[in-house]
Ligand binder design. Structure first.
Ligand code: NAD
Length: 257
């Protein structure tokens, strides 16, 4: 499969799953636009490294996706957007009554509203190009719930619903929209939940990982960023042209339960 000549915009891609997806799309020949809310030398160096390694054009564009205007500006600045991967995300764990309002607002803005803004900007560009792929990185939490993750579960269920609407509005066009639903992947987002879990249950790291975090994942293994990248690349291939409006779980069996 070659994605040569296509440009992919991957939000939240200076780390974790987004970076894995950008790498995999670049490996398949796509030019890539990396993004996060920071604007450091490392961010730009990352794009340079990916560009050189895969012989593609790779750029880094700073945009804080908690702000709708910046999410829209990201797509405008990218210019081309054949593949849009809405991936940026954060987590906060607290009971509903203790959930900080600003955290609720940030989670909904970064993970749900930003997908609306980028999609709204990208669709006319895809229509003009006559081809498009939208892949929203949702979660097993877009299909199942866990206590104390109210904002995250609400945002991810919202992303799955929004993906279906996007697919229906583009059904007669050569544009598809799907959601990828990872189980646990060992990225900074999950790393940040480990100390609290260790403290709460009085466990060492290994026990907290195996006996608490991975209990939802029957394989008892983390999915990898490379596997997520490969799944997104597949959804961009010709074989996936009739796959639209659905979810693909990469969760070691979590949602089979
Ligand atoms: P991560 O922390 O490594 O990556 C998150 C990315 O989002 C980073 O690049 C970060 O800079 C970016 N980001 C955060 N706030 C932003 C903002 N305001 N504007 C722009 N970018 C912003 O975490 P990850 O695990 O790679 O998460 C990526 C996506 O995968 C998220 O949507 C997450 O919900 C989803 N996901 C992760 C897991 C997992 O187990 N790691 C499981 C299911 C779904």
């Amino acid at each position: 499969m070659s994605l040569k000549g296509k440009t992919a915009v991957v939000t939240g891609s200076n780390s974790g799953i987004g970076l894995g997806v950008a790498e995999e799309l670049a490996r398949a020949g796509a030019d890539v636009v990396l993004n996060s809310y920071t604007d450091s030398e490392d961010d730009h160096a990352l794009a340079e490294r990916i560009g050189k390694e895969h012989g593609v054009t790779a750029r880094y564009i700073q945009a804080d996706l908690s702000k709708g205007a910046e999410a829209r500006a990201l797509i405008k600045q990218a210019g081309r957007c054949d593949i849009l991967v809405n991936n940026a995300g954060i987590q906060h764990v607290a009971s509903i009554e203790d959930f900080p309002v600003e955290k609720w607002d940030a989670i909904i803005a970064i993970m749900l509203s930003s997908a609306f803004h980028t999609t709204a900007e990208a669709l006319p560009i895809m229509r003009e190009a006559g081809w498009g792929r939208i892949v929203n990185i949702a979660s097993a939490h877009g299909l199942r719930a866990s206590p104390y993750k109210g904002a995250y579960v609400a945002a991810k269920h919202g992303v799955v619903g929004f993906t279906k609407v996007t697919a229906l509005e583009t059904a007669k066009e050569p544009i598809t929209a799907n959601a990828v639903c990872p189980g646990y992947v060992l990225t900074p987002l999950v790393e940040s939940q480990i100390p609290d879990t260790m403290e709460k249950y009085g466990m060492d790291r290994e026990t907290a990982l195996n006996d608490v975090i991975l209990t939802r994942q029957p394989s008892r293994e983390f999915a990898t960023t490379e596997q997520l990248g490969g799944t997104v690349a597949f959804l961009c291939s010709d074989a996936a042209a009739q796959i639209t409006g659905t979810t693909i779980s990469v969760d070691g069996g979590w949602t089979a339960m």
